[in-house]
Design a protein around this ligand. Sequence first.
Ligand SMILES: NC(=O)c1ccc[n+]([C@@H]2O[C@H](COP(=O)([O-])OP(=O)(O)OC[C@H]3O[C@@H](n4cnc5c(N)ncnc54)[C@H](OP(=O)(O)O)[C@@H]3O)[C@@H](O)[C@H]2O)c1
Length: 322
Amino acid sequence: MKAVVYTRYGDPDVLHLTDVPAPLPGEREILIRVRAAEATKSDCELRAFRFSVKWFWLPLRIAVGIRRPRRHILGGYFAGEVVSVGGRVTRFAAGDPVYGSAGLGLGGYGEYVVVPESAAIVPKPRNMTFAEAAAVPLGGLNALHFMRRAGIAPGERVLINGAGGSIGLHAVQIARSMGAHVTAVDHAIKEELLRRLGADDFVDYTSVDVTSTGRRFDVVFDMVAGSSHRRLLGMLDPGGRYLSGNPRLSVLLRGLTSRSVIVTFAPESREDLADLAEMIEAGAVRPIVDRVYPMAEAAEAHRRVETEQRLGAIVIAIGDPE
Ligand SMILES: NC(=O)c1ccc[n+]([C@@H]2O[C@H](COP(=O)([O-])OP(=O)(O)OC[C@H]3O[C@@H](n4cnc5c(N)ncnc54)[C@H](OP(=O)(O)O)[C@@H]3O)[C@@H](O)[C@H]2O)c1
């Protein structure tokens, strides 16, 4: 099969298109023909092995490969069709259109991927293309998990820092669907898109420091590595909650003792993916795709993720993404 592979850590040019053996499903596994995969910030961070949260570095390097990556095909989030299933699989059948997460095994940048039947994979929402569906699992699963953990009540004021990224774009829509008043913080080029998706208020971080505006919030969801959590915490009203998608060690420690700091990681459950599919079919959430790149231009796709000029997800077409 064709796959975009990398055999050493480095800049986007370490990605190249080549032929590799197709995987075979075991008894409790499913073989999926991938049609589209999101090129995520996390894929770029893994490719370059460059992470903004430093405590993460050593355990992750040991897990993914000390000198070079142990797994050569990136791509955690994808959409495609089931090709065949192992003898003990009951939830899927050949031909099912599906979307979801490949988990720690990755592999979505290859024409075929094998995942356990228990993986966070569910039927693809009916009203979307494979490219659009591939843009949902990373942002949607994380945003849904964090917004639910925040326990948002209708009318609460929610600040989303880094709202224009893959996770933030979903968080804005989900917080709105929970009845929140949403303030989005990101680069000015994303204002129009964020307002269209439901943000009530917008702050351009390149010209205004939101923490010095005097605004008060019930929930702050912070996706920006290196932000000042102390200043963001200072914007909370009594009973307010601060959640970080990129917790530094100091935030992790604060989470152990403070009720207002919620430290959590999205477990990526099938139930949450199915809930997202329902929200999409009901029109409450919609995925935003900036551009779709062919496999041969995967390096360009990563460059576009890293230069941050995108409005929405960057998707790699692994087959026909329609
Ligand atoms: N906790 C978890 O379970 C989990 C899961 C997945 C990912 N993550 C991490 O969470 C982070 C966000 O993920 P993502 O995929 O949504 O990333 P992303 O798509 O790169 O989004 C980040 C957004 O933040 C904006 N931004 C940058 N600096 C900012 C600042 N100072 N103030 C406000 N906004 C700013 C960026 O805009 P610009 O265009 O201006 O740069 C971009 O729109 C990544 O670092 C990722 O590794 C965490």
